[in-house]
Design a protein around this ligand. Sequence first.
Ligand code: ADP
Ligand code: MG
Length: 293
Amino acid sequence: ATPTALLVGTGRGAQMGVLIKGPEVLESTRKVDTVVLDKTGTVTSGKMTLVEVITEPGVDRAELLRLAGALEDASEHPIAQAIAKAATQEAGTLASAEDFANLEGKGVQGVVDGHAVLVGRESLLAEWSQRLSGEVASAKARAEGEGKTVVAVGWDGAARGILVVADTVKPTSKEAIAELKALGLTPVLLTGDNEAVARQIASEVGIEQVIAEVLPQDKVDVVARLQKAGKVVAMVGDGVNDAPALAQADLGLAMGTGTDAAIEASDITLVRGDLRSAVDAIRLSRKTLSTIK
Ligand code: ADP
Ligand code: MG
């Protein structure tokens, strides 16, 4: 390939909001056949809002929201921000959490007002033998079937209820996925979120392959596994937890709206945080390389 054509290509990319780290990156996009997409913040806006609070019998709704909110106030996760915001709106100033710990890909724990509080995946609470009642568990399944994200809340040794938050698919994601498929690429949705939520979001945007309930440190292994199976993988992500997978992929694309760690680990930054820019990047490289050939 002539360096000039590649340089022209990277220049054109910049005009479209596709920042390419070096001219050689364009060549690696050519062979890509699989596009792994992180869900939260990539396919979806990542801006969650609290839509429902469901308590176990005898639990005070306001107390549940207040304790969960105080704990989540210390976390930067989109789920946490939605909960903290709703709790602040209802309760005013939140208590501060002691002994706060962020359990990557699982949830948070800490002490609020003398209560040992857990907020996160149902499986995290189960590690502490805190189990939801049948009634609350079925409300959880119903909400997840609607594509919403549900986190469980427990304190002092028992599960106390669930909080339902909803994220929304970015308006341009569906169109971008259709275009990726039209280019002959296979999209795969990758997320730490549960299977039901992942399937619902995938069906909204037209993705058939879903890999869900993947812990942050395992995302990189999913990419490596696809590569071992002979796939040439592009990965699109935004989060700190996507960074190793973005670096492992044959082509890493970071949302410009995402974290610095994701941007640093990637070959390409999509300035607008719009999935259609990933399609632009792949089209651009194909065009650039065909002028060279
Ligand atoms: P994703 O891959 O979709 O960006 P993460 O790996 O960050 O998701 O988180 C996976 C799951 O862990 C979440 O869907 C949620 O159930 C739980 N979780 C993670 N962090 C938190 C938190 N701060 N509060 C509540 N739940 C959390
Ligand atoms: Mg993410």
